[in-house]
Ligand binder design. Structure first.
Ligand code: ADP
Length: 366
């Protein structure tokens, strides 16, 4: 008997000294019977101030009005225990985020009271809230940027069309009235206008990627067959060989997925070694929730310092007269991959070839 008393004493002392958890005993009605150091630390009351009070004192007025403390006690009595998380109130009125478990204590079949353990998760909760707020801000900012890109590129098209039309007219009707220098200037304006039209169209299309929000099953084998047909002219004139392994059917944005493969394959052909036909290898395999794809070529390759830069909009590594293009293709590709919760990266060696890898999640609605 004495041994048991000693054990109970040691247990009480241990509970009393735990600092990270508030551990209390409640009577059958929820009145506080014991108070440990962790409870004092967390809730700010000394034992003499709080013993005998009802535990609902720690709840917010809204929770009290909704009967939350009584409800939790009821569940603990019915089911043996009740868990909850939420804002609670300290003695000084400040709030903390508590995770609690209330457990019923029985003597034979009768409930004689409850234990209540509370852990302070305020820091974790606040950091979660900050993260959430930050994500919302980022999302809002990115939507705003997309809208801006759309409006700007859409509205710029009209004045540009006018410039373009009048430059044409000037060239057609008045070119002979200009001296050689004047004709050269006009030619430069004409070419730059054409290029600007291409860039603006690029931004407009970029801002519209994924706008349809229509997710459908896409058979990537069919998609590659269609691309082979579309690119047949380039394929035959350059002697390109496209080898692909059996591909999956995945749910996603159909037009965008097509554009993704088309841009990567077109680049693999465009950046081939001079006077050498290119061999493009395409494969896809499951990797957990995602599919991982590879588009490999044996072309001119990319220096390691440019491996990230090439995915930025309008970034190019070669003069336009050497390799035509606007530098928007890979920015499209990255955005499309991200629309499918994926990632893209490239491994490459100059003069040996490039390996573009990307992942896509099957966006099948749940
Ligand atoms: P564009 O093809 O219009 O120049 P992209 O955004 O598609 O624009 O590509 C950006 C740059 O990345 C290209 O200008 C080229 O320098 C490099 N690049 C892309 N794909 C390859 C590839 N398969 N091999 C070598 N370089 C590549």
């Amino acid at each position: 008997m004495q041994k048991n008393n000693l054990k109970a004493l040691r247990l009480n002392k241990m509970v009393d000294e735990i600092e990270d958890y508030a551990i209390l005993l409640l009577d059958r009605l929820g009145n506080i019977e014991t108070w440990n150091r962790g409870a004092e630390h967390l809730k700010g009351y000394a034992a003499r101030e709080i013993l005998g009070s009802h535990f609902s004192i720690f709840y917010t007025p809204e929770d009290r009005q909704a009967g939350r403390p009584e409800y939790l006690l009821h569940i603990a009595a019915e089911k043996g225990s009740a868990s909850d998380e939420g804002w609670r109130v300290r003695k000084d009125g400040s709030r903390f985020w508590g995770k609690i478990v209330i457990t019923a204590i029985h003597d034979n079949d009768e409930i004689i009271g409850f234990t209540k353990v509370t852990k302070d998760l305020t820091a974790q909760k606040l950091s979660e809230q900050m993260q959430e707020r930050y994500m919302h801000q980022l999302e809002a900012r990115s939507k705003e940027m997309e809208q801006l890109a759309y409006i700007a590129s859409h509205d710029l098209q009209e004045p540009l069309r006018t410039i373009s039309r009048f430059t044409e007219l000037l060239k057609m009707r008045h070119n002979h009235q200009l001296d050689e220098e004047g004709q050269m200037y006009l030619e430069i304006v004409h070419r730059s206008t054409g290029r600007m039209r291409e860039l603006i169209k690029g931004i407009l299309e970029y801002s519209l990627l994924g706008a349809s929000r229509e997710i459908v099953p896409v058979d990537l084998n069919e998609l590659l067959d269609d691309l082979r047909t579309d690119l047949s002219n380039t394929i035959s004139t350059t002697g390109t060989v496209i080898e692909s392994q059996p591909m999956p059917v995945i749910h996603g944005y159909k037009t965008e997925l097509r554009q993704l493969f088309q841009n990567l394959i077109s680049n693999a052909i465009k950046f081939r070694k001079p006077d050498e036909p290119s061999v493009v290898r395409i494969s896809g395999e499951r990797n957990g929730e995602h599919w991982q794809f590879a588009v490999l070529d044996q072309g001119i390759g990319i220096e390691s310092r440019f491996l990230e830069k090439i995915f930025l909009i309008f970034q190019r590594l070669h003069p336009r007269d050497q390799y035509p293009g606007t530098g928007i293709g890979l920015a499209y590709v990255r955005k499309i991959v991200e629309l499918h919760d994926g990632k893209i990266w490239v491994e490459s060696e100059p003069e040996v070839g490039s390996k573009f890898y990307f992942t896509l999640r099957d966006m099948k609605p749940l």
